[in-house]
Design a protein. Structure first.
Length: 117
């Protein structure tokens, strides 16, 4: 770790082991933040939170299998779109793009006009 750099990237264990050497950040970004309720991760997050650091947690799976809540770790939770919504949007958008391209390239009006094999 080059501690003179303005941004540090570290595993949770490295950060815990060097906690007294790493300058206090303004923002700590924690990927896979569902682990913040585990002892090691909580120890690090609590330390920085007590120093005034803002903790920003990222997770694709914000629920723990053990049922523990992340409510004690964060003030606010912003939920992104559901996987189904992403798939529906991607399919719809990609179909529109393909239809426009086929129309431009081949002069065909949409996918329904294309010959099927």
């Amino acid at each position: 770790m080059n501690l003179r750099q303005t941004m540090q990237v570290a595993s949770i264990l490295t950060l815990r082991n060097r906690i007294s050497k790493v300058p206090i950040p303004k923002i700590l970004v924690v990927d896979e933040c569902q682990h913040l309720v585990s002892h090691t991760w909580k120890e690090v997050a609590d330390y920085y939170s007590e120093q005034g650091t803002i903790i920003l947690g990222l997770s694709a799976t914000p629920k723990r299998l053990s049922g523990e809540s992340l409510k004690e770790c964060f003030d606010v939770m912003v939920q992104g779109p559901l996987i189904k919504e992403l798939i529906d949007t991607y399919y719809r958008d990609s179909r529109e793009i393909i239809e426009k391209l086929t129309s431009l390239i081949f002069g065909i009006d949409g996918l329904s006009s294309m010959r099927k094999r």
